[in-house]
Design a protein around this ligand. Structure first.
Ligand SMILES: *Cc1c(COP(=O)(O)O)cnc(C)c1O
Length: 405
C-alpha cells in the first residue's frame, strides 16, 4: 500500500507523490534531496519565491510581537496595508480575509448590498462568464458555474447568470431589472490563461456605468504583479468598482482582500460583514513585506522584461515542436502553453525534468514562476521544456512509425 493510500487527509486532491521540505528563490528541495525548478509558485502564491529574506525578516519580527488581537480592536498594521493598497489602486477601502474565495464572497455580498443600499434590493443577480473560477464556497462555485465542481452539492446558490466568454451582445441582453453587477477575471487563470480582450473589459465598464451596475474584477490570480503590472486592470485602462485579491498578496501567508471605491462599499456598514482572522498583524506583516518589494523602483519593469525574454524563447519552442505545443498565451509571468498532447503529459514530462508546472483548463500548461526568477533560471527552464517536448515528440513519432510498420 502506498503512503498516500494510508492518508488521514480527506482525499479531495489528486496529489503527485512528491513532497518538498525547503525552498529558496525559484527552487524547491524535495524530501529526497532532489532540486526542482519551481514554475508554479504554489499556484501564483509565492511571487517573491521561497524564503525571501525580506519576507522572512518581516514575519519573524512580527511573530515576536503580536499575532492576533482580533477585529474587536484597532489593528494599525491592517490600516497601513489598506492605505498602501488603496494608494496603489482605484480603491478607497479594503476588507481583509484569508483566501481568494472569501475575497470574492465579500465582493458578491458588497455588490448586492450596494444595490440594496441604493434602494434597489431586487437587484441581486451577477453576470459571470463560462470557464471562470472564483473559488470553492457555495456562492463562488455558483459564480464559476462549473458543473464538475457543483455536482452533488445540492441546490446551486441562486443569482448568477453565465455568459459565453467575451460575448458582448449576450452580456448586454442578459442585463435585466434584477442585475446588480458583472464579475470577471481579466485573465482567466484556472480556465486556461485566457486573456479577456481589453476592449471587452472597456465595454463592460460602459455597460455597468449605463445600467447602474458594479464592475467586479477577480484579480485573485492576476493581481500583485503577476501580469507585469501591480494589477491586471492597469493594463487595459479600465478600473473596476470592486476587486478581489489573495494568492500572492501574502507571498505564501494566507491573506485575501476585497478592495472597493467608497461608493461601491457604501452598504457595508458596521456589522454587515466580518472575519475572525482577517487582517491580523501576522498576515499584515507578510502583505506589507510583499508590497515593500513589489512597489520598489524597477521591480515590475523587471517582471515585464523577464516576461518578454521567456515569451520569445517559448515561441521558439512552439515552432520547434508543433506536435506538442500550439499556442503561447498570457501576460507577464502568467503564461499558458496550449498543448496538442494532453496537458498533464507535458506537466509529467516537465516534472521528470525536475521542473514543476500546473495544468489549467483548455488543455493548457501554466507557467507561473516566482516574479523574482532570474534570466539564467528562465534559460534553464526553457532547456528543460525543450528536452520534455523532444521526448514527447520522439515518442509520438515512434508510435506513428509503429502504426505504419
Ligand atoms: C485561486 C482563485 C480563487 C480562489 O482562491 P482560494 O484562496 O483558493 O479560495 C478565486 N479566484 C481566482 C481567479 C483564483 O485564481
Amino acid at each position: 500500500m502506498s503512503e498516500l493510500a494510508k492518508s488521514h487527509l480527506l482525499p479531495t486532491y489528486a496529489r503527485v507523490n512528491l513532497a518538498f521540505e525547503r525552498g529558496e528563490g525559484a527552487w524547491l528541495v524535495a524530501t529526497n534531496g532532489e532540486r526542482y525548478l519551481d514554475f508554479t509558485s504554489g499556484v501564483a502564491v509565492n511571487a517573491l519565491g521561497h524564503a525571501h529574506p525580506h519576507l522572512v525578516a518581516a514575519i519573524t519580527e512580527q511573530v515576536k510581537k503580536l499575532w492576533h488581537p482580533s477585529n474587536l480592536y484597532g489593528i494599525p498594521e491592517s490600516e497601513r496595508v489598506a492605505e498602501r493598497l488603496c494608494a496603489a489602486s482605484f480603491a478607497d477601502v479594503a476588507f481583509f480575509c484569508n483566501s481568494g474565495a472569501e475575497a470574492v464572497e465579500c465582493a458578491i455580498k458588497m455588490a448586492r448590498k450596494y444595490q440594496s443600499a441604493s434602494g434597489k434590493p431586487e437587484r441581486y443577480r451577477i453576470i459571470t462568464f463560462d470557464g471562470a473560477f472564483h473559488g470553492r464556497t457555495l456562492a463562488t462555485l455558483a459564480a464559476g458555474g462549473q458543473k464538475k465542481y457543483l455536482d452533488g452539492f445540492g441546490p446551486v446558490v441562486d443569482g448568477f447568470d453565465q455568459m459565453p466568454f467575451a460575448d458582448l451582445p449576450a452580456t448586454r441582453k442578459a442585463i435585466g431589472p434584477q442585475t446588480a453587477a458583472i464579475l470577471i477575471e481579466p485573465i482567466m487563470g484556472e480556465g486556461g490563461v485566457r486573456v479577456v480582450p481589453p476592449e471587452f473589459l472597456r465595454a463592460l465598464r460602459r455597460l455597468c456605468d449605463d445600467n447602474g451596475l458594479l464592475l467586479v474584477f477577480d484579480e485573485v490570480q492576476t493581481g500583485m504583479g503577476r501580469t507585469g503590472e501591480l494589477f491586471a486592470y492597469q493594463r487595459c485602462g479600465v478600473a473596476p468598482d470592486v476587486m478581489a485579491l489573495a494568492k500572492a498578496l501574502g507571498g505564501g501567508f494566507p491573506v485575501g482582500a476585497c478592495l472597493a471605491t467608497n461608493e461601491a462599499a457604501k452598504g457595508m456598514t458596521t456589522g454587515t460583514h466580518g472575519s475572525t482572522f482577517g487582517g491580523n498583524p501576522l498576515a499584515m506583516a507578510a502583505a506589507a513585506a510583499v508590497l515593500d518589494v513589489m512597489l520598489a523602483d524597477g521591480f515590475l519593469d523587471r517582471v515585464r522584461r523577464t516576461s518578454l525574454i521567456l515569451k520569445q524563447k517559448l515561441a521558439e519552442i512552439k515552432d520547434r515542436y508543433p506536435g506538442v505545443i500550439v499556442e503561447i498565451r498570457g501576460e507577464g509571468l502568467l503564461i499558458g502553453l496550449r498543448a496538442v498532447v494532453p496537458s498533464t503529459e507535458l506537466v509529467d514530462e516537465l516534472r521528470n525534468e525536475k521542473m514543476i508546472t500546473v495544468a489549467a483548463g483548455d488543455n493548457v500548461v501554466r507557467l507561473l514562476p516566482p516574479l523574482v526568477v532570474t534570466e539564467a533560471e528562465v534559460s534553464d527552464a526553457v532547456g528543460r521544456l525543450d528536452r520534455a517536448c523532444a521526448r514527447i515528440a520522439c515518442a509520438r513519432q515512434r508510435e506513428r512509425e509503429g502504426a505504419l510498420g
